[in-house]
Structures are given as structure tokens and as C-alpha cells.
Design a protein around this ligand. Structure first.
Ligand code: NDP
Ligand code: HSE
Length: 432
């Protein structure tokens, strides 16, 4: 039996993820020692309430509310508290006292990533965060290490499980948005503040992290164009289905190279995806991320985007790596922001669109609409008109690829036109 060196591990948080990390660390101590070259001693667990019920039985003597004493003296600090403060302060304290940090805190990294990575660089420590994006799915390490020799062009996928669950229930079981959201709430899928999921903040945080890594550029939440699923109705889901599409909340990070020069676009919005596309088959709370790079071509990563034990897997992978680094010595590999590419406004992207209009059922309406599209430089690929029992005419226009700025201006002109009663929806078509 090898006499392994012991590393002190401080765990901040014993909630859904933290309690599973504590359980697995304690249950598989020998395995972790073999894999990392160090015996990982769980020195203590920071909580708010010592008496709160826990998902896992944890020895009472490990729980503490004294952050400072726990963090100072630890070799590895695992932050699974969530939120900005005091998590930020604790991570900075840990780094400044020489510990490596593992975190799943996407909100913190999307807001204060550069400060935290700079602090790690100053002391040569590492900050690992595989759990911060797409739960159990290994996506950070592939971007940071496996694809380090390649040039990433585009990342495109579903990174929020709860909104995928809601949209999937609406699509496959015909639930209303309210019923699907209620079910997601009852199953504990939504964040404590559900607007983080529903309004796309959670996905935008993850997109900022992915784009920073992929494009070697500091990308913050302010750089991400964000739209949530609040406006998606059962009617829109049904309309999408009839046209051969499904609606998914997508995070897209891509390089742009046009007349205005090189830039990146980072955006989150609900979009139409062909039912033939692999992302259309991502059901329930799962996540899937496509990475397209120049040499490797398209790669797909798929699996559980959340869940206590699933996310603990990603955390513990980082812990083993941090332990190996601690044992081997040397400095942690920092984040690269050497490219500093500018972020493009949403008006600069180009994609296809589907515009649904309610119009007066009169002669000449189509000609007026065609004229507005033509003046705006937007070309229609498909036009379908239906008239319902109440005599309301509905026109669904599928466009060829158009620039978002031109599309937005054209939709504004359509909305002002006398023949258009209402612009019912405008959805982007992605994945083609
Ligand atoms: P929980 O809310 O379930 O747990 C948070 C834990 O942190 C609790 O044990 C809580 O203590 C403790 N805590 C919070 N604030 C303080 C404080 N001020 N002082 C001391 N202790 C505190 O969070 P999760 O486990 O769900 O998430 C942890 C992190 O992992 C978050 O950053 C989250 O975004 C991320 N993540 C979570 C996923 C998931 O599926 N849950 C998936 C991917 C990432 P107490 O129990 O006493 O209240
Ligand atoms: N609220 C997040 C989601 C949890 O629904 O994907 C995992 O980050």
C-alpha cells in the first residue's frame, strides 16, 4: 500500500451538490487516493444552518459556520454555496492562502471570472469549474485542454435543463406554459429564483463562460444577448410542430468575420430547430452542446445538465486534477484572454427567421407584405396563409438568411402597416 500524502479539503456548502460530493469523498477515499496520488481528508463543511436537514448523513463534527478557520490551511477548497457573496470572498481567501479552488458557481464566474482567475495567476494556484456549465457533461476540460490545439468556430446547444424540460413537456405532451412550469417547479428543476432559468440568465452565464474559453476573450454577462422563454406559448409550439420544427432555448457562441472585421457573437434565445436535428431529440432536463472547430469539425456533448450526484461527478473530477497538481507542484494553468475579440451587437448576426402575422383577410394583403419584405432586403423562402373559423387570416413567412438588423427593421414596418393586425411572433431558425 502506497503511503499517500494527505491533502486537506474544505467543502463550502452541503446542499444538493455539496452533500453528494461529501458522501462520495468519504465513501471512495481509497479510490481517490489511488487516482490522485493523495489521501483527500475532508477537513470540514461550511453551512449556514448546522441543524438543517441534509440529503446525506454527514458527521455533525464536520459541519461548521466558521469559514475563515476552515479555508485557511486547506489545500483544496470546493465552493458549492452558489451566489456572489460570500462565495467570491471565500474563493479569494482560499487562493491567497495557497489553496486550489474547485467551483460550480456559474453566476460568480460569469460576473467575477477575471478577478478570480487573476488572483489564481498571482499565486500560481488553479481554479477549476467543470460543474459550472452543463452539470455532469465534460465540456470545460475539452474546450480548455483537448481542443487547445484547434480553433473553435462555434458553440451551439442547450445548456439549461429546466427550460428544456418545460419546452419538451409543451411539445411532446401538449402542456400549457403554465402547467409545464408548475410541473418543473414541483420536481425542483427550477432555481430558487425561477426567473434565472425562465428569462435565460442561467443559460447566459454559461454562454459567457463557454465563449470566454473558446475564444480566449473575457466575456461577461453584459456581452451576452439574452432572451428567455417567457413569451413562448402553446400556440407557438404547435405552429412550430406543424412546420416541422421544435422550439429550444439555445446558447450560441460564434466567431463572425464580415465587412466590420472579426468579432464574436454570444447569445441566448428560444429558436426553431428542425425536428431532424440531433438537438430536437434532447428531452427532459438534459443538455447537449455542439462544438465546431476548424480541424476537429463538429463534436457533440450530451447528458445530465444538473442534479446533485450527477454534478458531483464533474466536481470530483476537478478535485482529483487539483490534487494531482498539488502533489506534482508547479503553477496552475490559467485562463487565456489573449485574443480580446470585440463582441458584436445582435443586429450583426445572420440567420433564417419565421414571422407569423395576423392580417386582414382582404385582397392585396400579400402584395403589401411582399413589398415591405422587398424594401427591407428580406427574401421570403416560404409563405403559408390560413384563415380560421372567426375569419382571422394568419400568414407564416419563412425567410431566407437575413441580417438581424434588416429583419428587425422590416418587422417594425410590417407592424405599422394597415394590413397587419398583429405580429404574432418572430422566431429565429437555427441549426441549418
Ligand atoms: P444548494 O442551495 O442546494 O446548497 C447551497 C449550500 O451552501 C447549502 O448547504 C447552504 O447551507 C450553503 N450556503 C449557502 N450560503 C451560505 C453562506 N452564506 N454561508 C454558509 N453556507 C452557505 O445549492 P446547489 O448544491 O444546488 O448548488 C451549488 C452550486 O453548484 C451553485 O453554484 C450552483 O449554481 C451549482 N450547480 C448546481 C447544480 C444542481 O443541479 N444543483 C448543477 C450545476 C451547478 P445550508 O444548507 O445550511 O442552507
Ligand atoms: N438551473 C439550471 C438548469 C441548473 O436548469 O440547467 C443547472 O445549472
Amino acid at each position: 500500500m502506497i503511503d499517500h500524502r494527505t491533502l486537506r479539503v474544505a467543502l463550502l456548502g452541503a446542499g444538493s451538490v455539496g452533500s453528494q460530493v461529501a458522501r462520495l469523498l468519504r465513501e471512495h477515499g481509497d479510490d481517490f487516493a489511488e487516482r490522485s496520488g493523495a489521501r483527500l481528508e475532508l477537513a470540514g463543511i461550511l453551512v449556514r444552518d448546522l441543524d438543517a436537514p441534509r440529503d446525506v448523513d454527514l458527521p455533525r463534527e464536520l459541519l461548521t459556520t466558521d469559514a475563515e478557520s476552515l479555508i485557511v490551511g486547506a489545500d483544496i477548497v470546493i465552493e458549492l454555496m452558489g451566489g456572489i457573496e460570500p462565495a467570491r470572498t471565500h474563493i479569494l481567501t482560499a487562493l491567497n492562502s495557497g489553496a486550489d479552488v474547485v467551483t460550480g458557481n456559474k453566476a460568480l464566474l460569469a460576473q467575477h471570472g477575471p478577478e478570480i482567475f487573476d488572483a489564481a495567476d498571482q499565486v500560481g494556484a488553479s481554479v477549476s469549474y467543470e460543474a459550472a456549465v452543463a452539470g455532469a457533461i465534460p465540456i470545460i476540460r475539452p474546450l480548455k485542454d483537448s481542443l487547445a490545439g484547434d480553433r473553435i468556430v462555434r458553440i451551439f446547444g442547450i445548456v439549461n435543463g429546466s427550460t428544456n424540460f418545460i419546452l419538451d413537456k409543451m411539445d411532446r405532451e401538449g402542456l400549457s406554459a403554465e402547467d409545464a412550469q408548475r410541473l418543473a417547479t414541483d420536481l425542483g428543476y427550477l432555481e430558487a429564483d425561477p426567473t434565472l432559468d425562465l428569462e435565460g440568465y442561467d443559460a447566459a452565464q454559461k454562454a459567457a463562460i463557454l465563449a470566454s474559453l473558446a475564444f480566449h476573450t473575457e466575456v461577461s454577462m453584459d456581452d451576452v444577448h439574452r432572451e428567455g422563454i417567457e413569451s413562448i406559448t402553446a400556440d407557438m409550439i404547435e405552429g412550430a410542430r406543424r412546420a416541422g420544427f421544435v422550439i429550444k432555448l439555445l446558447a450560441i457562441c460564434e466567431r463572425l468575420a464580415d465587412a466590420e472585421g472579426e468579432a464574436i457573437s454570444v447569445r441566448v434565445y428560444p429558436a426553431l430547430i428542425s425536428r431532424e436535428h440531433p438537438l430536437a431529440t434532447v428531452h427532459g432536463g438534459n443538455n447537449a452542446v455542439f462544438v465546431e472547430s476548424e480541424a476537429a469539425g463538429p463534436l457533440m456533448f450530451y447528458g445530465a445538465g444538473a442534479g446533485g450526484v450527477q454534478t458531483a461527478s464533474a466536481v470530483l473530477g476537478d478535485v482529483v486534477s487539483a490534487a494531482r497538481r498539488h502533489i506534482a507542484g508547479g503553477v496552475g494553468v490559467g485562463e487565456s484572454a489573449r485574443q480580446s475579440l470585440p463582441t458584436a451587437e445582435i443586429g450583426r448576426i445572420s440567420t433564417r427567421y419565421q414571422i407569423t402575422l395576423e392580417v386582414s383577410d382582404e385582397q392585396g394583403v400579400l402584395a403589401v407584405i411582399a413589398g415591405i419584405l422587398n424594401d427591407g432586403g428580406v427574401s421570403a423562402a416560404t409563405v403559408e396563409q390560413t384563415v380560421d373559423d372567426e375569419g382571422t387570416a394568419r400568414i407564416v413567412i419563412g425567410t431566407h438568411t437575413a441580417r438581424e438588423q434588416a429583419l428587425g427593421d422590416t418587422v417594425a414596418r410590417l407592424a405599422e402597416s394597415d394590413v397587419v393586425v398583429r405580429v404574432a411572433s418572430v422566431l429565429r431558425v437555427e441549426g441549418e
